[in-house]
Design a protein around this ligand. Structure first.
Ligand code: UDP
Length: 399
């Protein structure tokens, strides 16, 4: 089976943790490796984003990344990409014709790629599977960050109406999609995201802290792209409200290092009265290094306004670190309230502070949640995800 994967802005080679690269890049890299291992041949078409990169990169036999020129060969903000889609499509067709390539299926990621996938479906007469990762209408409903343009939502609606399969990462995402968009019956497949259970595993906390040069403080960890949707301000305010904030360190992973510009003024206010927690900004960290951070932490906090799946929570739990997360989207399917962490139904700091206080002050509770967390993540290995995605491919192609 030969699959054309379309990921206009999400090159699997990009380091996650910047404004524009995160869960989708990790998802694509891990899923395509698993599918290639199962004999599927994949070409991942993505925008050329670094001029020094070659056009074609062989990742392993049967798995290639193909960079296509659209508005030059350098990085561009995601907002620029909509108008570059026709050029991206042209570059793809030129490459495909020159190399005489043919595919059995198109799988696109995110709405920009969904448009490309829809055109290829018509041109090539092959089925189209799409995964949005986030939906414009859901994002707007969460009322955090900039508003997504109407044209995105209209486009998503058209893509959903014409695609042969729509993959979503949680039943919550399916529910939101069917509530806010017209979804033809039988098209949606719920396939949760995954985690590398060999990479993300429990290790001795002291060892992890030594590796990172950290000491015996209480450590709260935040990992995420610098995006107001991630709710970092909620965590920082909650940490300052703890009974003994002076003994607490908040580790912030993601972004460029330093307080992100998106952060509201209040939580950054160093002159606030009373003792304050220490906050250290690490910038984005190589994915392979993250197990040290999860294992060094006492609790991982995911105060997002919106997560279609929420890989950070799953990675933390796979390392045996309890998670205190917002009760939104896919986090409701992965974090078991009171068992592997806590789910918070309000986007305000007080209930976070209350749950963090409870967890930080109770070693036995943390230990029991830690054991339950690692056990609960066993079904989320990438092999399971790949088998399910392959099931959809087979259904669509009749292979
Ligand atoms: N990530 C990383 N390094 C960083 C920050 C994040 O490797 O410095 C990875 C993290 O391990 C996770 C992904 O980026 O796999 C974020 O995925 P998530 O679903 O939590 O959020 P999204 O980026 O999709 O909004």
């Amino acid at each position: 089976m030969r699959v054309a994967v379309i990921s206009v802005h999400g090159c699997p080679l990009l380091q996650p943790g910047s404004r524009e690269a995160g869960g989708m890049n990790v998802y694509l890299a891990a899923l395509s490796q698993e599918l290639a291992q199962r004999g599927v041949e994949l070409d991942i078409f993505t925008r050329w984003h670094a001029p020094e990169d070659p056009q074609v990169l062989d990742l392993r036999p049967g798995l290639r990344v193909i960079h296509l020129e659209a508005g030059g060969r350098s990085a561009r903000p995601k907002e620029d990409l909509y108008r570059l889609l026709p050029e991206f499509l042209r570059s793809l067709m030129v490459f495909q014709r020159a190399q005489r390539l043919s595919y059995d299926l198109v799988h696109s990621h995110y709405w920009l790629s969904g448009w490309v996938g829809g055109v290829l479906r018509r041109q090539w007469g092959v089925p189209h599977a799409v995964m949005f990762h986030t939906l414009g209408a859901v994002k707007n409903q969460m009322r955090a960050g900039e508003r997504e343009p109407e044209r995105r939502i209209r486009m998503e609606q058209r893509i959903i109406a014409r695609a042969d399969a729509v993959v979503v990462a949680s039943s919550q995402e399916e529910h939101q999609m069917t509530r806010l968009y017209q979804v033809p019956p039988g098209r949606v497949h719920v396939i949760p995201g995954g985690v590398d259970l060999d990479l993300f595993r429990p290790m001795d906390q002291r060892l992890a802290r030594r590796e990172l040069g950290l000491n015996g403080e209480k450590i709260l960890l935040f990992v995420g792209r610098p995006d107001p949707l991630k709710g970092l301000d909620i965590l920082l305010t909650a940490a300052a409200q703890l009974e003994h904030p002076a003994g607490v360190r908040v580790l912030v992973v993601g972004g460029q290092g330093g307080a992100p510009a998106e952060l509201p003024e209040a939580p950054r206010d160093a002159a606030a009265p009373g003792p304050q927690p220490t906050v250290s900004y690490h910038g984005s960290v190589a994915h392979q290094m993250l197990p040290y951070f999860y294992n060094a932490a006492d609790v991982c906090v995911v105060p997002s306004y919106y997560e279609s799946f929420g890989m950070v929570a799953v990675e933390a739990m796979a390392c045996g670190t309890p998670v205190v997360a917002a009760r939104v989207g896919g986090l409701q399917s992965t974090v078991r309230d009171g068992e592997t962490g806590f789910l918070i139904p309000w986007h305000c700091p007080e209930p976070y502070a209350e749950r963090l206080e409870l967890l930080l002050g109770n070693d036995a509770l943390r230990t029991s949640q830690s054991i339950a967390a690692r056990a609960a993540m066993q079904p989320f290995g990438w092999a399971t995800v790949a088998e399910q995605v392959l099931g959809v491919y087979r259904e669509l192609t009749g292979a």
